[in-house]
Design a protein around this ligand. Structure first.
Ligand code: FES
Ligand SMILES: [Fe+2]
Length: 371
């Protein structure tokens, strides 16, 4: 069992570990933290990382461990081109991980430093995140320069002019609990009670249509819940409002709301930091209310409140999970959670056997619940 301390609350909690999905892209940190000639640390899937930005602008992520004696490379120096280990001064090119210099070698040595590699992960900047492709355990064996076959996730945008915001919170539970909390429709009226969102008395019966998509499922385009204020606000445009919500492995929920040529788009990820803890990141872009003053700080204020409500609930849940209770998933409200577990298992099985992954949703299906 792993222990962790939530940065925002100082509450120490522990919970069971989750099986992690490798060979995919995860957001490590906001690229605003990557300052000139400075190194930053992050943790993904229990792997300590050191990140930075080369002088040519390219971002990089290496395992924060020197291949010589294992000291974290983040204690070393970075001049914009090479990262120097602080112990014996080996120098590495940080995007490839290739060793460029071993200062202790003499003319009599046969060792070719450039045949040595520190572990470098593919790293790309999108929407202000440094996304890192984490290949399976033993990632060091990935041949240098090999490119991941999956595309870097990107927030959908539907025009050149938009505003953006980002929110993040540490969650003291494993990634599975974070993800099923994200897709769970039944907690809304209890966890997110607020005049501007919904309350217990606004609970009503819902029918939603879902369809399978590759490695995920889609809540088919529909008019958003009539019982939440933010969606009502869009009524001012006098156009039909339509929203589509997708979940795709390993951890991504995208929501698109369109109302004529006005739109709102968000990408929410639940990223395993360790096998027992995770982090939620929400990035959003929109052109709705573009000219309304202060709309970004107002959106961030309400967004942060919303995320905080989930975070507080998960801190409380983690307190219970410490004792390894047996748990339930019920139909239909927990059906998306069941699909998530089945999709995840299908990917793990496919990786183990080489056979194509099955899909738990075999066609369009309607789910019913009250929320
Ligand atoms: S431990 Fe890094 S150079 Fe020796
Ligand atoms: Fe929530």
């Amino acid at each position: 069992m792993t222990q962790s301390t939530s940065a925002q609350t100082g509450v120490t909690t522990a919970g069971p570990a989750a099986t992690l999905l490798y060979d995919d892209w995860y957001p490590a940190l906001r690229t605003g933290r990557l300052k000139r000639n400075k190194l930053a640390r992050a943790m993904l899937l229990d792997i300590p990382l050191v990140l930075g930005r080369r002088s040519d602008g390219r971002v990089f992520a290496m395992r924060d461990s020197c291949p010589h004696r294992g000291i974290p490379l983040s204690y070393g120096w970075f001049d914009g081109e090479h990262l120097t280990c602080r112990y014996h001064g080996w120098e590495f090119e940080p995007c490839s991980g290739q060793c460029a210099l071993i200062p202790s070698l003499t003319g009599a040595d046969r060792l070719d430093a450039t045949r040595i590699y520190a572990t470098a992960f593919p790293c790309e900047e999108r929407d202000g995140h440094a996304w890192v492709f984490i290949s399976g355990p033993g990632s060091g064996k990935r041949s240098p320069g090999a490119q991941p076959r999956r595309k870097v996730p990107e927030l959908a945008k539907f025009g050149p002019r938009y505003r953006t915001a980002h929110l993040s919170a540490n969650l003291p539970c494993n990634v599975d609990h974070g993800i099923i909390g994200l897709m769970d429709p039944a907690h809304g009226p209890f966890v997110h009670q607020a005049w501007w969102w919904r309350s217990r008395s606004s609970i009503r019966e819902k029918t939603k249509r879902f369809e399978p998509i590759p490695e995920g499922f889609r809540m088919s385009a529909h008019a958003p819940s009539a019982n939440s204020a933010p969606y009502k606000l869009l009524g001012v445009y006098g156009q039909p409002v339509e929203t589509t919500i997708d979940f795709v492995l390993p951890n991504r929920r995208t929501e698109t709301i369109r109302c004529g040529d006005k739109w709102f788009s968000s990408l929410t990820t639940i990223t395993p930091v360790t096998s027992a803890t995770c982090r939620i990141d929400v990035i959003a872009a929109w052109n709705v209310f573009y000219w309304v003053p202060l709309v970004t700080p107002i959106a961030k204020f309400f967004g942060a409140k919303f995320v905080r409500q989930d975070q507080v609930t998960m801190i409380q849940q983690a307190e219970g999970l410490r004792h390894n209770p047996s748990l339930m998933l019920i139909d239909d409200a927990d059906k998306p959670a069941k699909w998530y577990f089945a999709l995840k298992q299908a990917r793990l099985d496919a990786a183990a056997t080489g056979a194509p992954a099955g899909h738990p949703v075999d066609g369009p299906v309607e789910l019913h619940w009250r929320s």
